[in-house]
Design a binder for this molecule. Structure first.
Ligand code: VG1
Ligand code: CO
Length: 543
């Protein structure tokens, strides 16, 4: 084998955001942009030398090229073994499961998740640590610091590796094992859920539609839902991973999962609709003409966890990201288990999961997961819902309505203003951050403001601190308005406004969400002077 040492120069802006380094494909294709970042990971993670690396991505444009480059760099950096998904494919939760099962020293996930793909879309790369989860900030910051001083990288001059068939190869002293992307993951799911019970549900005539959005979950969903669980062929739509996701935006929400939403709101709607995102860690759950908010989904799962074999009798606690609604808090209180509030991004759940403090966790952004891996997990959430339906034999809608009757309803919405001018958004946010503390004690929408701050978090396990995690206004009745700037976008800036209000009165649970929250939404947009500063008065996406 012949290893080259290639001299290089640092690029600006290689600091990972909420979830990895995400940029336009054009940026990744510039010179040594990708090798610089990968070498920075290898340089800051000495354990990888002589160790095992898991490698795969969501199949978007540039995935194949990046896999080849990383394999050759891994060999040149003395990695002992790489487990790579066939065709370079692996979902984010599968990477997490494989790192854990094979005790790997880390993994590289190639994905920009819910961001669009294709040559003019986005690409991304994320490093996961040995617990299977996204690297904590201390690690991403070390990688970032390294990118600022990098002056060389190592690469093997080999020809491209055959990754289309499973099997073992060597590249110099490094072993490459091309694995079936689905096998380990499917086996884990069989341990957590009663597949016989779900199979019976399908046999009884239960119909579902799963929209893989031409992203990574297609092969996983077909194998698990159609082959192992007996859902009828055609249950999975858009199941073929495509480099540009078929031109779509692989974000499973009411705006971008058009085909699914149209069917679920038609007279032919199946009993359950679900979708996942680019890299397979998000999920959306729908009943006929009924949308389950991700915050409610987490609460319903926690309340019904005893029905799933993998969770019965072992719920220690739950966690949610700060902007996620407080619906799950009510369940935790009733169950008498702990409930933690963390900053946005899955990396903040890692320590709590490792320490056994929590069993389930989730975010309002269509993410739910548990201690089975260290990432959120789209298909897992779907299997959890199928379990609840199979055991209770009730519709998705009835399950949620009954939940509201038992716990009260947390009306919740998120308004995203995407692709704002970056400078305008920054100045809006900076000035808002200055103004927020002064609102404490004021009256907004008829209620007194009791908390007005910028959310900061101290990790209860390792004491690490994180600040600047979102501006909060909490009113005396528990209602909340939260502002955040996205850390995953690649075009301009995205402002997210989260609004929540609790309603105990079951007679008022059927209100339309936007109406139920109208006064708080008006207050939120007025406080940040949205229209005057950005020219926008309509969100890009409402969830
Ligand atoms: C968004 C979500 C956040 C999620 C992150 C990664 O981040 O709000 O909850 O963890 O995406 O999800 P931001 O910074 O844009 O708000 V994924 O599916 O992109 O890995
Ligand atoms: Co994702």
């Amino acid at each position: 084998m012949s290893v080259s040492t290639v001299s290089t120069q640092p690029f600006e802006g290689q600091r990972p955001g909420t979830s990895g380094l995400r940029k336009k494909v054009d940026v990744f294709r510039k010179g040594n942009y990708l090798p610089n970042f990968v070498q920075s990971v290898f340089d800051t993670r000495p354990d990888l030398k002589g160790g095992t690396l898991v490698l795969g991505g969501d199949g978007r444009f540039y995935n194949r090229h990046a896999v080849q480059t990383i394999l050759k760099m891994a060999a040149a950096n003395g990695i002992h073994r790489v487990l790579v998904g066939q065709g370079g494919l692996l979902s984010t939760p599968a990477v997490s499961a494989i790192i854990r099962k094979h005790r790997a020293e880390g993994g590289l996930v190639l994905s920009a998740s819910h961001n669009p793909g294709g040559p003019s879309g986005d690409f991304g790369i994320k490093f996961n640590v040995p617990n299977g989860g996204p690297a904590p900030e201390s690690v991403t910051e070390a990688i970032y610091r390294r990118t600022q001083g990098i002056d060389r990288f190592f690469i093997d001059d080999a020809a491209d590796l055959p990754i289309n068939e499973t099997g073992d190869y060597t590249l110099g002293a490094m072993q490459i094992t091309v694995i079936d992307p689905v096998a380990d993951y499917a086996e884990l799911m069989e341990q957590l859920f009663d597949f016989d019970a779900i199979r019976d549900l399908f046999t009884s005539g239960f119909r579902m539609r799963f929209d893989a959005m031409h992203a990574i979950t297609g092969p996983y969903a077909r194998e698990i839902l159609e082959h192992r669980l007996g859902a009828t062929a055609g249950t999975v739509i858009n199941g073929q991973p495509l480099e540009d996701f078929g031109g779509g935006h692989p974000d499973p929400n009411l705006t971008y999962a058009e085909a699914l939403v149209e069917e679920m709101y038609s007279d032919q709607a199946p009993d359950l609709g679900a979708a996942s995102d680019g890299d397979g860690d998000r999920n959306m759950i729908l009943g006929p003409r009924f949308f389950v908010t991700p915050s409610d989904s987490l609460a319903v799962m926690a309340a019904n966890a005893e029905l799933a074999p993998g969770y019965a009798g072992r719920m220690t606690g739950v966690a949610r990201s700060m902007p996620t609604s407080q619906a799950v808090d009510r369940v935790a209180e009733k169950l008498g288990i702990a409930c933690y509030e963390t900053p946005t991004g899955w990396k903040f759940f890692g320590n709590l999961l490792d320490a056994g403090r929590i069993t389930l966790c989730g975010e309002e952004s269509f993410g739910t997961g548990s201690d089975h891996v260290r990432e959120k997990d789209g298909l897992w959430a779907v299997l959890f819902w199928l379990t609840i339906v199979a055991e209770r034999r009730k519709s998705v809608t009835d399950i949620v309505r009954e939940h509201w009757r038992a716990y009260g309803r947390n009306f919740y919405t998120r308004h995203d203003y995407e692709a704002l001018d970056a400078n305008q958004a920054k100045s809006l946010y900076t000035e808002l951050a200055e103004k927020v503390p002064s609102l404490r004690g004021e009256t907004l929408a008829g209620r007194k403001v009791v908390v007005a701050d910028d959310f900061r978090y101290t990790d209860p396990i390792d004491g690490s601190q994180t600040s600047g995690q979102g501006l909060r206004l909490i009113l005396e009745d528990g209602s909340r308005i939260v502002f955040r700037l996205s850390g995953t976008g690649t075009e301009g800036a995205t402002l997210r406004i989260y609004v929540e209000r609790f309603e105990a009165d079951a007679g008022k649970h059927e209100q339309e969400t936007q109406k139920a929250l109208a006064d708080l939404i008006d207050v939120a947009t007025a406080i940040c002077q949205l229209k005057a500063r950005t020219g926008r008065d309509m969100p890009t996406v409402i969830t």
